[in-house]
Design a protein around this ligand. Sequence first.
Ligand code: NZQ
Ligand code: ZN
Length: 386
Amino acid sequence: MENFVFNNTTKIIFGKGVESQVGSELKGYKKILLHYGSGSIKKTGLYDRVVKSLDDAGIAWVELGGVKPNPSLNLVYEGIRLCRANQVELILAVGGGSVIDSAKSIAMGVCYAGDVWDFYDRGVEPQQALPVGVILTIAAAGSESSVSSVITRQEVLLKRAVDNRLILPRFAMLNPELTYTLPPYQTACGVADIMAHILERYFTRVTNVDLTDRLCEATLKTVINFAPRVLEDPCDYEARAEIMWAGALAHNDLLGTGRVGDWGSHMIEHELSGIYDVAHGAGLAVIFPAWMEYVYKEDLNRFVQYAVRVWGIDDFFYEPQRIALEGIVRTRDFFRRMGLPVSLGDLHIGDDRLDEMAEKATQKGPVGNFKKLEKADVLEILKWAT
Ligand code: NZQ
Ligand code: ZN
């Protein structure tokens, strides 16, 4: 096990109706920015409940909606201007990973005299950020208690991330009921992302990490068990609750303690969603199994362990290689059964820009840690994913 510091300070407020407490949670702030997406929160009535709670608590607010999946830098700029003009003290993100990431970006940008993109692609470290609070409406990205923000600069089709403690949300309200209205495809994309966050940490070359191995396996098995239930009955509270809590735990970095995660599949996927604007979870359902097939021989035993412990493959009858491959097959089959794409073809993406994606992914050096991937490796994985 590697040395580590674990200090995730996001206050999680979990359960039915918790969003109605948002006004009292924000006591002490004079003015906030209410930030949201393309309208789902208005259709579901969540917007009205949040506004009422803010008004009842006497908190002044300005609003900025319109965040799209794979959130754009241009809306971030607009948010920065709005916050500055209104002396906003905190940003309340009501939505999914895209809204939260946009809120985090605005939070950094308001406190910085330069271009906020400097943090994403020019190696500048943020020194200050406004606080961010979250009301989560989809279990997926884990941004509600992560240190990351992922933003797309459309003009150059670049999707890039910042990791910094300054943008770890102060609090996150997780009411599983708010996820009842998700379209099945979006639910499935969220599940794939949650699983990918665990798998990125699980496939490590660090040895003697048995506790976190088992925490990863337990969280994966929970997601695999409950995901079909939420697709069958979108209003199954208990199943939604399991998935929602798993989504936060998958990415608050508890499961990564003492380990070095891989993250190659995420880096490759960000090029995919940066160029083609596909849902992040859908991109991962395509890339992750292809990555697994490409790298499993680097540490066959770890892939055997995954197949046996997560998918229950009987290790008595088979050769290790066959067990490992069966674990990968089960992973892809699971994504397929969730209604997700499992090849670039399923996403209607041809092979004309594979080279460009491989080039962009490795612009700053090889990606991944389980196996360091050079451009040629990334290109190969993309080809295997077609
Ligand atoms: O915009 P609205 O109208 O709200 O619709 C959204 C959006 O179309 C809809 N939706 C969300 N909650 C809903 C709902 N529709 C009905 N009922 C609800 N309760 O779902 C769609 C997708 O929302 P989005 O926020 O894009 O989903 P997700 O949470 O998967 O976020 C994806 C983004 O997060 C980034 C991804 O790259 C992607 O840009 N990630 C962020 C991470 C982080 N900050 O730590 C880590 C991840 O690996 C990921 O990269
Ligand atoms: Zn992800």
